[in-house]
Design a binder for this molecule. Structure first.
Ligand code: ADP
Length: 489
């Protein structure tokens, strides 16, 4: 296989900076592409939150004191580099405290568009300084979506990028980078306003993601179903027409998961490991989990688990009413780990206080506990309103924790509906975003759980599903290769 030169630009890369799945996906690209001997270089901001004690960052001698004019503002930045831990991939970080020394990765500050526009330009200029022509600029979400326009405008003079193609991956269309149109000056693009959507500009707005969708050579998103959904008014968040116009260039490729971290056979964050051939440990984890949560254990009582951001996207609203009903009518345990919107937190506190013997709400973000919940629950619930890919349902399959999901996005692509007539399927899938849909699926799961042998078969089938990164990265390599004009050198 020929070596591909990939410049991946992302606003988060694990383990350096993470607020969500994007960081893990970016890290996986670095890990798996470098393992396949591709020349992958990753670029991200040097946020103040990055831990500088545990990782060594080295100044890039040919990229220090870089000056850049962003409209009326002038910035100086330095590039630092480090190795992505455990890989051969180089990560480059744009050090510009004026923009990135903030309490959080993302802000509502007035210069938010400038913070990421500078990342876009610094990525291009670093390639220039390295005299390195990537085959592909792989961009992720709105924060990197202006690179195609910059390449076509401010940097079009540079023959270095003559054969470079751009791929924009949409991880969640709910976040678009929509700002007042006056920022166009500070982007340095005021003379190139025709590259932006005329209607947006007319309404005094400018949308990074829409602009990227229009100008990237290819587009991808993180599941096939989500690729179809975002071309509809219901899911497109106002961008569906732009995506329809690009439908021939839009593909869905499911994210992979890291089975080094998420495999009950070798997971050192759970007290009892287990495998598809020996499920004993699963039940011991269940007992351990219940004890830890202060709930009583009975092997025959099903445990329903949930780990989630408490956001509208995750379908928490559907739990209202449904959860009370299930907890009142069935002998079950319900354990939810999550943090987010206050109204949802209040609702879950209310559930816990209404059913103290059956339900626990653990508020917060707790990585080790998330492993224990996966291992110790029988059923995992994920009733998302929309779900670009979703990871927890995939972890759940691996841990034999049968998912109850709504048929949307990556949930639809990873969980096959169980059908008691054929005995096939890996989870319980409801279609419509309604409380009765969720109730139906939960009751179906609970009644199936009562049949021990049937459930065991279901567990085994779920645990044998494979959504590893190796497979998925291969699909991206094929996509990159298809994008190139001729044979790569
Ligand atoms: P999203 O990125 O939309 O939040 P995903 O399912 O793609 O949803 O990924 C979420 C990741 O974050 C999963 O690995 C999940 O286990 C983890 N996670 C979410 N909330 C918590 C929490 N409160 N504690 C620990 N891990 C969490």
């Amino acid at each position: 296989m020929s070596t591909l030169k990939i410049c991946l630009v992302s606003s988060e890369i694990a383990p350096f900076a993470k607020t969500g799945g994007l960081a893990d996906v970016s890290e996986a690209f670095g890990r798996y592409l470098s393992a396949q001997h591709h020349d992958i270089r990753l670029i991200m901001p040097f946020y103040a939150a990055i831990d500088t004690r545990n990782y060594q960052f080295y100044p890039v001698e040919y990229a220090l004191n870089c000056e850049i004019q962003m409209g009326s503002k002038h910035y100086t930045y330095h590039m630092y580099t480090t190795q992505l831990p455990g890989t051969d991939a180089a990560v480059y970080l744009v050090h510009c405290p004026e923009l990135y020394a903030r309490p959080s990765l993302y802000t509502n500050d007035a210069d938010e568009p400038i913070r990421f526009a500078l990342l876009n330009r610094a990525a291009i200029e670093l390639c220039q300084r390295m005299n390195w022509a990537p085959h592909i600029f792989h961009l992720n979400d709105w924060q990197t979506a202006l690179i195609p326009v910059y390449l076509k405008t401010l940097y079009s003079w540079d023959g270095l990028f003559h054969n470079t193609k751009t791929l924009l991956t949409i991880h969640n269309i709910g976040y678009q980078g929509s700002f007042g149109a006056d920022v166009i000056n500070d982007l340095g693009l005021n003379t190139y306003y025709t590259y932006f959507d005329a209607s947006d500009l007319y309404h005094g707005r400018l949308n990074f993601l829409r602009t990227g969708i229009r100008h990237a050579h290819k587009l991808s998103t993180v599941s096939e179903t989500y690729a179809r959904e975002i071309q509809t008014a219901d899911y497109g968040e106002g961008l569906h027409k732009d995506l329809q116009n690009r439908s021939e260039d839009l593909v869905g490729i499911l994210n992979g998961v890291d089975y080094q971290q998420w495999d009950p056979q070798k997971d050192n964050l759970i007290p009892y490991t287990y495998s598809v051939h020996n499920l004993r440990g699963k039940n011991l984890n269940k007992r351990f989990l219940l004890k830890k949560m202060g709930l009583s254990y009975d092997r025959s009582i099903p445990v329903i688990g949930m780990i989630t951001r408490l956001a509208e996207q995750k379908g928490i609203a559907l739990l209202r009413g449904t959860l009370e009903l299930i907890l009142a009518q069935y002998n079950v345990r319900f354990i939810v780990l999550g943090a987010g919107e206050e109204s949802y937190e209040q609702f879950l506190h209310y559930i816990q206080s209404s059913f103290p013997e059956k339900a626990v709400f653990f508020k917060g973000y707790d990585y080790p506990l998330s492993h224990l919940i996966e291992a110790g629950s029988d059923i995992f619930v994920m009733p998302s309103k929309y779900e670009p890919c979703g990871l927890n349902q995939i972890y759940s399959l691996k841990y034999g924790t049968i998912p109850v999901v709504r048929k949307t996005g990556g949930l639809a692509d990873t969980v096959q509906p169980y059908d008691w007539r054929t005995g096939q399927g890996t989870g319980f899938v409801f279609e419509h975003y309604t409380q009765s849909g969720l109730q139906w699926a939960l009751e179906y799961a609970l009644s199936t759980y009562a049949h021990k042998n049937v459930w065991k078969k279901l567990i085994r089938r779920a645990m044998l599903q494979n959504f590893s990164w190796e497979e998925q990265i291969h699909k991206y390599v094929e996509l990159y290769t298809r994008m190139l004009p001729g044979k790569i050198k």
